[in-house]
Ligand binder design. Structure first.
Ligand code: NI
Length: 180
């Protein structure tokens, strides 16, 4: 079921989400199914549970088919389809990288955000299997963006140069998702 995505200004996006304790809870698998349906319907690169009003440390991102390119991020490297619960991120160096970000909770806008260039991230999937990966580039950016949602942080809070924050269709004329 597609769930409504909360938009910036909603205080529920600013909460610190709770850790998931019960992986067996049926609501949890329904939540993840609904998050994928909601993310795909919106052509998102990722989605965090707080964006659908659920204050749990659950994020999803990526595509099952690596040949699929996200129309909202056509130049981005493929990101493996992932369900990540209770994530932890550590930077692998102090190097930071600039990149344009959008967010389904901030429709129609893009902003330039600095993120760690290389990270290690850990967590578990729905079966409790450990996930422990290193990532860079767009993959690392998506993980950092989604995990920020779990701490109530939206990417505009990280924009430092507001001359590089604006409407997608003005910044990138001709891009397919002018109304994202
Ligand atoms: Ni977002």
């Amino acid at each position: 079921m597609i769930r409504p995505i909360l938009r910036m200004g909603d205080p529920r996006l600013l909460r610190v989400a709770e850790r998931v304790h019960d992986l067996q809870a049926p609501e949890l698998s329904t939540l993840v199914d609904d998050m994928f349906e909601t993310m795909h319907a919106a052509d998102g690169a990722g989605l965090a549970a707080p964006q659908v009003g659920v204050p749990l440390r659950v994020v999803i991102f990526g595509y099952s088919d690596p040949s699929i390119r996200n129309p909202r991020y056509p130049d981005a490297d493929p990101v493996p389809q992932t369900i990540l619960l209770n994530p932890l991120i550590e930077p692998l160096s102090n190097e930071e990288e600039e990149g344009w970000e959008g967010c389904l909770s901030v429709p129609g806008l893009r902003g330039m955000v600095l993120r760690y260039a290389r990270i290690r991230y850990r967590g578990v999937d729905l079966r409790g299997n450990a996930i422990d990966r290193e990532a860079d580039g767009f993959h690392a950016r998506v993980v950092q963006h989604e995990c920020d949602h779990l701490d109530g942080i939206l990417y505009p809070m990280r924009v430092r140069d507001f001359s590089r924050f604006g409407y997608t269709d003005i910044l990138f004329p001709g891009m397919s998702d002018a109304d994202d």
